[in-house]
Design a protein around this ligand. Structure first.
Ligand SMILES: Cc1cc2nc3c(=O)[nH]c(=O)nc-3n(C[C@H](O)[C@H](O)[C@H](O)COP(=O)(O)OP(=O)(O)OC[C@H]3O[C@@H](n4cnc5c(N)ncnc54)[C@H](O)[C@@H]3O)c2cc1C
Length: 390
């Protein structure tokens, strides 16, 4: 058994790597673990809102982001298009009015590597390890258990951060069984990359239509003729459909407005599905004696947009602040760190509640979407929400 760390972060996605940056910058001994070496892919729509970019820039990643944009890895966005079931269009320009800020379609193979490498530069140690669960003593988390280079290993830490995504081994072991996400607060989505699609003038496109509601299909450009394409829907509705997401994607590609934009010999690659846990389910525990959960491990995805990158980064900041205060006091019990749940609630709950209300109310009734989209047409308020939160 090796020496005790101040903090072990399990998972080096946006939530874990950002938490590691915050804590390493404050001089803590941070071990960042991931089952994959980086760069690595993550199934996602890759849309990164300006709010997330702003926080990463404040942390010192501005130059790395600019360099990635110059290499063509991150694709800057100008605006968005939302198409209603009857084909009404709502367009928004991201740089008009007060909206401002830069948002990107940032394939996660590049985006996550920016934060993970910056965490190492900030002083965190990164190792590839498959974590199997928390190391427990008298009901308290005192480290992690896992497999490294095929060997079992236990590593101790004063605090463990579970940032290991939707299938979190840390959350599964620590959360009471009754607190698993139920189907109406979960979604399933398919993502692919498409090459050979016409006219992608720097805007993200959302398609709402009867077959997919409550959910949507998207085309998010990664270059002038390439895009991240996919669709997702709430899990309970998906189960009732008895159709695969792949069949649904083919039906979307066959819609006349989409089909006419596909060039001869267009190609789909890297098609894969993954799950999303919404932040709209009440009463979830995120803090335990010696551990807390961030990002998708906690379940902070917006139930309307499916966006989770921004909230991962928000929760990382709140977790780092809480862990810092607790380490200073020498008390990492649930009682001492429980304020993290209150902070997350204050930062995200009203938006989760409102989004879920929209999802269950508006998104379930196609005629209502048509009505609103027809009336709103150009709306910079919508652009602002996208830009800051997604
Ligand atoms: C199809 C789809 C489309 C989406 N589109 C968008 C979008 O366009 N914009 C947006 O903002 N959000 C989107 N989301 C949500 C977004 O992907 C997540 O909210 C975000 O990735 C959460 O970041 P995270 O760091 O919490 O988790 P993750 O990004 O999942 O990172 C978790 C990390 O933990 C590692 N890990 C997992 N288990 C272990 C283990 N046992 N041991 C060690 N390491 C482990 C993984 O390898 C991974 O690197 C989408 C999600 C899906 C499924």
């Amino acid at each position: 058994m090796e020496g005790e760390r101040d903090v072990i972060v399990v998972g080096a996605g946006p939530a874990g790597a950002t938490t590691a940056v915050y804590l390493a910058q404050q001089g803590y001994n941070v071990l960042l673990l991931d089952r994959h070496q980086f760069p690595r892919d993550k199934i996602c729509g890759d849309a990164v809102p300006a709010g997330a970019i702003e926080t990463l820039t404040q942390l010192g990643m501005g130059d790395k982001i600019k360099q990635a944009v110059a290499r063509g890895e991150l694709y800057p966005l100008q605006g968005m298009l939302l198409v209603s079931p009857k084909g009404y269009k709502l367009e928004a320009d991201f740089h008009k009015g007060k909206a401002g800020g830069d948002s990107y379609v940032a394939p996660r193979i590049y985006f996550d590597a920016i934060i993970q490498s910056y965490a190492i530069e900030a002083g965190a140690e990164f190792r590839q390890m498959q974590v199997t669960g928390p190391l427990l003593e008298n009901g308290r988390v005192v480290g992690v258990k896992g497999k490294e280079n095929g060997r079992s290993r236990d590593i101790r830490a004063k605090v463990v951060i579970g940032a290991d995504g939707v299938t979190s081994a840390i959350a599964r072991a620590l959360r009471p069984k009754a607190e698993q996400h139920v189907d109406k607060h979960r979604a399933v989505a398919l993502r692919a990359y498409i090459e050979g699609v016409e006219e992608l003038p720097g805007r993200v496109e959302f398609y709402l239509y009867n077959e997919i509601l409550p959910g949507y299909a998207w085309i998010f450009p990664t270059a002038p003729d390439r895009a991240n394409i996919g669709l997702g829907m709430r899990l309970d509705h998906f189960r009732a459909k008895k159709k695969s997401l792949e069949e649904m994607l083919n039906a979307f590609l066959a819609m006349p407005d989409i089909k006419k934009r596909l060039k001869n010999g267009y190609e789909l690659r890297d098609m894969a599905t993954w799950q999303l846990n919404f932040g709209s389910q009440k009463g979830m525990q995120h803090v335990f004696d010696g551990a807390l959960l961030v990002g998708d491990a906690a379940g902070f995805i917006n139930p309307l947009t499916g966006g989770g990158i921004h909230n991962s980064i928000v929760s990382a900041k709140l977790a780092a602040r809480t862990v810092h205060e607790s380490l200073q006091k020498g008390d990492v019990s649930r009682a001492a760190m429980q304020i993290y749940e209150r902070r997350c609630h204050n930062a995200m709950w009203s938006s989760m509640k409102r989004s879920y209300r929209f999802q269950t109310g508006l998104m379930s009734f196609p005629f209502l979407i048509d009505f609103f989209v027809k009336r709103m047409k150009a709306n910079s308020g919508l652009a602002k929400i996208f830009l800051t939160k997604l």
